[in-house]
Design a protein around this ligand. Structure first.
Ligand code: ASP
Length: 324
């Protein structure tokens, strides 16, 4: 029997076309499905048009709303495919990874080429994502991204090219599997599987990136604005400038959880360096290590944990459990 798959469209280049004003949203959900002739033979499809926005317009609140839509509809389907812009697909998919309770396949997909270009990746990616969602093998593997004939865990993947069709990579981890013409082939399961039961989120979490010689002015601004949490994208192993360290200490003194991530794509942050601004000092002053989570995902995790009213110590423990 054919699997029942719900396609949820949110926008992104997969729904865009170039016009006089540049590349903009233009195709409806049913128009992008029509770009894949014969898809009805693979699965019984239903469509839900959530939005048609460029993904830089996606917000944590909209991501959380999307998670709620999947939760309310998944019971009637074998799997869900979500089309999304590549710019923030990492974040939306990770929000769903954190908050969905289902073990059914929820597969994100996207396109790098807009619909007037030669050699479209969108229809192929959508076709493949439907095949992945309809496969028995995809059950209980967490939320995944199917692009460029590859399958990634959304916990592990990041956008690695601004323009090429092989735009995603998962440093340290690699792909979960391949999408070949005859079959879906899995090589491994991701170790990460978080499921938080969440009624609300706390989106007021800032992200500040370090550069050489950086002062504490941005973190001071965040503190003054009454922010509920801060992610600091630090240097290397999680180190910051002495002035930024003072700002971080002040934020923690005021009860604001501060999560440290790295601006380096590979490896983990850890309290090794003990000099002024070193991550060891930050840890000793109560900063929370984000380990190998990238900054955007660490921010979403903090947004979810703050929504659950977790204390600073509980947040620290949950980030620690997630070591990769
Ligand atoms: N700017 C587009 C978006 O994220 C890029 C894409 O979809 O690939 O909406």
């Amino acid at each position: 029997m054919k699997k029942k798959i719900l396609i949820i469209t949110t926008g992104g280049t997969i729904s865009m076309k170039a016009g006089a004003d540049g590349v903009v949203p233009s195709l409806t959900g049913s128009e992008i499905i029509k770009l894949i002739p014969g898809i009805e033979t693979i699965a019984e499809l239903s469509l839900y048009e959530f939005s048609n926005i460029p993904s830089p317009m996606m917000t944590p609140q909209k991501m959380f709303e999307l998670s709620g839509i999947v939760t309310s509809k998944i019971e009637n389907f074998d799997g869900v495919v979500i089309t999304h812009g590549t710019d923030t697909i990492e974040e939306t998919s990770y929000m769903l990874f954190l908050t969905l309770q289902t073990k059914k396949p929820v597969i994100f997909t996207a396109a790098m080429r807009s619909n007037e270009e030669t050699g479209l990746d969108g229809p192929r990616n959508l076709y493949n994502a439907i095949r992945v969602a309809a496969s028995e093998k995809s059950y209980d593997r967490g939320v995944m991204l199917a692009v460029n004939d590859e399958i990634f865990s959304v916990r592990e993947v990041y956008k690695s090219s601004t323009s090429q069709t092989n735009a995603f990579d998962a440093p340290h981890y690699g792909v979960l599997g391949l999408i070949d013409v005859d079959d879906i082939i899995y090589y491994r399961k991701s170790e990460f599987r978080y499921k938080f039961k969440v009624d609300r989120i706390e989106p007021d979490v800032d992200l500040i990136k370090l550069c050489a010689g950086m002062s504490r002015k941005f973190i001071d601004h965040s503190i003054r604005s009454g922010v509920k949490g801060i992610v600091i994208e630090a240097f290397g192993r999680g180190n910051v400038t002495p002035d930024m360290k003072n700002g971080i200490v002040e934020a923690i003194r005021q009860g604001i959880p501060v999560v440290i991530t790295s601006r380096v794509p590979n490896g983990r942050v850890l309290g090794i360096y003990g000099y002024d601004g070193g991550a060891k000092q930050l840890e000793e002053n109560g900063a929370i290590m984000g380990y190998d989570l990238n900054s955007e995902k660490a921010r979403l995790k903090l947004i979810v944990l703050l929504g659950l009213n977790k204390s600073m110590d509980e947040i620290r423990d949950i980030f620690k459990e997630d070591r990769g």
